[in-house]
Write a protein that binds this ligand. Structure first.
Ligand SMILES: Nc1nc2c(c(=O)[nH]1)N[C@H]1C(S)=C(S)[C@@H](COP(=O)(O)O)O[C@H]1N2
Ligand SMILES: [Mo]
Length: 367
């Protein structure tokens, strides 16, 4: 964290927005190179993002500075925020779309009384906020790594949709990517949760791989029904007339993130020393947060884990227990309870059609 930019208080959002505008070349300072709309440059980072990133204040401070990360003192535990370079990437494009701000527009259309179009400059001139939110892929297996936590920066999606005045019969918000991908979620999910059009991620301009210049983030929903990257259009529509890319391939139309937990350390199959150590990992629920995590070692009773800081109900929560391994083999399982007191499902359910279920269980030994 850069303490020079840790300007607390009510004016920080405005200052940071101005800095961002400046960084983007919208109010001077850095020029933006034309690269042509949605040109595919496999493997190359756009010239624009490189220039923007060089001038971007780090971090963009609107939320409180995060607490000390327990992962710093627990080797193997996932960091509270996943660095952008380590963030999982899932999409259908083989080349990252290279979008030019010179031609990029966001359209809000469909079953609305007032269709709207925004340039990037208009979009980021709106009041911005930060959102700590864990996003997960529906294809994440129990114990899998297709999940990450970030501090997103952007603008409210509910306000934008409201301005477009949706028709009373509409029930779906369908995001379109410049590359043709689509993802749709219930209009009713814009229920006050902080759904966002994001253009910043962990204090950086949204990286090309993660959707530059803009993507949708809806807390509590799997990525394939919400998190459209390289966003170019939002259509207000109906589930019975249109659906997103993955729905015709057997995936569920509606897909809230399921409560789950993962053991990060030790790793499955690890050969342990007989030193005292931590069993640690992360647990997450859609939008209610995590109230308890329990760990079971062999046939011992479930032990309640210590929980890391709760930075938001929409993010994962780190957990750990101290443990003294004994000679021989051990089986370790974890289970989480969400913020509403509901225990995560033990059923062995595959990822398709709407996300895996089951308690992450590993085997370790001292040989
Ligand atoms: N344009 C586009 N956006 C997309 C996708 C895609 O294939 N194309 N995949 C979605 C899926 S399935 C997931 S899980 C998230 C992953 O976001 P990330 O790559 O930033 O982690 O992006 C979503 N947004
Ligand atoms: Mo996904």
């Amino acid at each position: 964290m850069d303490k020079d930019s840790a300007d607390g208080g009510g004016t920080s959002a405005m200052l940071s927005r101005r800095n961002l505008l400046k960084a983007l070349g919208v109010v001077g300072a850095v020029g933006i190179t034309a690269t042509g709309a949605a040109k595919l440059l496999s493997g190359k980072v756009t010239t624009q993002v490189t220039k923007i990133a060089a001038a971007l204040p780090k971090p963009l401070k609107f939320l409180a500075k995060p607490p000390v990360d327990p992962a710093l003192s627990t080797p193997g535990l996932s960091p509270l925020f996943t660095p952008n370079k380590d963030f999982f990437r899932i999409d259908t494009s083989f080349a990252v779309p290279d979008v030019s701000l010179d031609t990029w527009k966001l359209e809000i259309t469909g079953m609305v009384a007032k269709p709207l179009t925004f340039t990037y400059e208009e979009l980021i001139a709106r009041p911005t906020f930060e959102l700590d939110d864990t996003i997960s892929c529906v294809s994440n297996e129990v114990g899998g790594t297709l999940i990450g936590n970030a501090r997103w920066q952007g603008i409210r999606l509910d306000d934008l949709i409201r301005e477009a005045a949706p028709n009373a019969n509409a029930d779906q918000v369908l995001g379109y990517s410049v590359d043709g991908f689509t993802a749709g979620f219930p209009l009713a999910a814009l229920d006050g949760r902080d759904a966002m059009i994001a253009f910043g991620m962990n204090g950086e301009v949204l990286p090309p791989k993660h959707g530059y210049p803009a993507r949708i983030i809806v807390p509590g929903l799997y990525g394939y029904v919400s998190a459209t990257k390289w966003l170019s259009k939002i259509e207000v529509t109906r589930f019975d007339t249109k659906h997103g890319y993955w729905i015709s391939q057997g995936w569920a139309e509606r897909a809230p993130i399921k409560t789950s937990s993962r053991i990060d350390t030790p790793m499955n199959g690890e050969d342990l020393k007989l030193d005292p150590m931590a069993i640690a990992g992360v647990a997450w629920a859609a939008t209610s947060g995590i109230s308890q995590v329990e760990v079971k070692i062999d046939n011992e009773p479930w032990r309640v884990a210590t929980l890391g800081p709760e930075i938001a109900k929409t993010t994962w929560r780190q957990w750990w227990i101290d443990w003294q391994p004994k000679k021989g083999g051990h089986v370790i399982a974890v289970r989480a309870t969400d913020g509403d007191g509901k225990l995560q499902s033990q059923a062995n359910v595959p990822v398709i059609p709407d996300g895996a279920e089951g308690w992450h269980t590993i085997k370790v030994q001292n040989s």
